[in-house]
Design a protein around this ligand. Structure first.
Ligand SMILES: Nc1ncnc2c1ncn2[C@@H]1O[C@H](COP(=O)(O)OP(=O)(O)O)[C@@H](O)[C@H]1O
Ligand SMILES: [Mg+2]
Length: 275
């Protein structure tokens, strides 16, 4: 077998972000309530290094789309491409981060980040340690590398999950409501961190949330979904400089505009997303 050698410097250099294209995606599930059309002919293009937020009330197909892009599931019809190539399964180019941190409680903080590096060939043990250290530093947890997971706050756990997702140096980061379970103050810190990390690491990010303000704070674009069947109904470009402050007046204007549109699409179904 060919031996892959890679210097640490190369390892930590940014990988080129990917362009993601979902064309005419439909996906249905059979449930006790009958057949649910989770995505109905949905098309999305996300540019290289773009930060796109998917917003909408619960059940409108956001996670379904993210899972399809992650390669964790297949659409009934339509095509999902990464840099023009079909996505056939999960892999380290597209890492997912969920609302629940999904860390391994039997591993310490560093062990969890090292686990992410299992997906990465060509690194010796010392290099793995250094890569893990680099990402723990990036998320502000270098002092906690030997801590147990149960000793950490919710925000710290999500930071570890972020370091673990970043460690294999993916081209795309798929985030499914990663901050939804956190308190407002912790979330505000993380909005700053994720913007800083995105600028430093230049990933394509697709970020799912039901929080409109969060979407306006983070995204280059916000795509608005509505349920039954899951469809994209509107798109908003957020032309604000970064770093953005979630409490700024300019941002509030965008979030009001998006919320108004969202209410128009969802009141008929009696559902609302939070502002
Ligand atoms: N594995 C599954 N089995 C059955 N139904 C599912 C499954 N995944 C999603 N659904 C249904 O598809 C719809 C969209 O779900 P989801 O993508 O999770 O929405 P969101 O993430 O926007 O809340 C919902 O009605 C949900 O119940
Ligand atoms: Mg979801």
């Amino acid at each position: 077998m060919k031996k892959i050698t890679m210097s640490l410097e190369n390892e930590l250099a940014n990988t080129a972000p990917e362009r993601i294209e979902a064309n005419n995606i439909s996906k249905s599930f059979t449930t006790e309530r009958g057949k649910v059309l989770a995505l109905d002919n949905v098309s999305v293009k996300v540019g290289e290094g773009e930060f796109v937020c998917l917003v909408g009330p619960s059940g409108c197909g956001k996670s379904t789309l993210l899972n399809l892009i992650a390669g964790l599931d297949q659409p009934d019809s339509g095509q999902i491409l990464a840099n023009g190539e079909n996505i056939t399964g999960p892999g380290r180019d597209r890492m997912v981060m969920f609302q629940e941190h999904a860390l391994f409680p039997w591993l310490d903080v560093r062990g969890n980040v090292l686990f992410g590096l299992c997906l990465k060939p060509g690194l010796n043990s010392k290099e793995r340690q250094e890569v893990a250290k680099y990402y723990l530093h990036l998320v502000g947890l270098e002092k906690f590398e030997r801590a147990n997971i149960h000793e950490l706050s919710g925000g710290m756990k999500q930071r570890v999950a972020l370091a673990r997702a970043l460690a294999p140096n993916p081209r795309v980061l798929l985030m499914d409501e990663p901050f939804a379970a956190l308190d407002a103050l912790t979330r505000e810190h993380l909005y700053g961190d994720i913007q800083r990390i995105w600028e430093a690491r230049r990933k394509t990010i697709i970020f799912v949330t039901h929080n409109v303000r969060e979407a306006a704070c983070l995204g280059d674009r916000v795509l608005l979904f509505s349920p039954n069947p899951g469809r994209i109904r509107a798109e908003f470009r957020i032309d604000l400089p970064r770093p953005r402050d979630i409490n700024s007046v300019e941002l509030a204007r965008y979030s009001t505009e998006i919320t108004t549109a969202l209410k128009g699409f969802t009141t008929a179904q009696g559902q609302e997303a939070s502002e």
